[in-house]
Design a protein around this ligand. Structure first.
Ligand code: MLT
Length: 205
């Protein structure tokens, strides 16, 4: 455990100067879930994979929700800063300047929260099945940030409007967003993986 106290997995990278991936699981997942995905998405990158600290009936999450898609904003804000502190500490300890978040569902939502509340922590983000977590009072400057957003065309949890709202909010902050509509629902598909892998290779190799 680090000072910020997240249970996590760390896999050192094999490629010098490669960015590190911050892997953020979905509701009910844990720190091991996305490690194989991270290895596929960016071979040679370091991987940092924390476990969300909130338990919803035994299922780990990164922040509390009041209902499906309705978030406890106070908790979300506090936990976003706590996670960003953990990542900033990792950057210092490992002399790692570039961190790219790779989040799925609840993990993608807290990654979007980090972009909006702590705009200097991440260099970019891959957001699978994300929605707007919150709208900050003052929009951050995200002109240096590149985001890959992958939304399911038939996602019953995050509809097309919710996904498009996030793209528009990030674009209003100046982020360069690539938004891909995937043939499928909330689950990840092979199309998600190959599109994200190609995007990472183009933007960050
Ligand atoms: C959330 O709670 O972050 C979203 O509703 C996605 C999820 O089900 O985890």
């Amino acid at each position: 455990m680090s000072k910020s106290g997240f249970v996590h997995v760390y896999v050192p990278g094999a490629t010098p100067d490669a960015p590190a991936l911050l892997l953020l699981h979905g509701t009910g997942g844990n720190e091991n879930d996305l490690v194989p995905l991270g290895q596929q998405l960016f071979p040679g990158a370091s991987l940092l994979s924390p476990r969300g600290k909130v338990s919803e009936q035994g299922m780990p999450r990164f922040f509390r929700r009041i209902a499906e898609g309705v978030f406890d904003l106070e908790d979300l804000i506090a936990r976003t800063h706590e996670l960003a502190d953990f990542v900033d500490e990792f950057k210092t300890d490992h002399e790692q300047s570039r961190i790219i978040a790779v989040g799925y569902s609840n993990g993608a939502n807290i990654a979007a929260g980090m972009l909006l509340l702590r705009p200097t922590t991440l260099a970019g983000a891959v957001l699978f099945r994300a929605m707007v977590p919150l709208v900050p009072e003052k929009l951050p400057d995200l002109r240096e940030i590149r985001v890959f957003l992958a939304s399911g065309g038939r996602d019953p949890l995050i509809g097309p409007q919710a996904a498009s709202d996030l793209r528009q909010l990030l674009e209003r902050c100046g982020a360069l967003v690539s938004h891909r509509w995937i043939e499928g629902g909330h689950q990840l598909t092979q199309e998600d993986l190959s599109a994200a892998r190609q995007w990472l290779a183009k933007e960050f190799r």
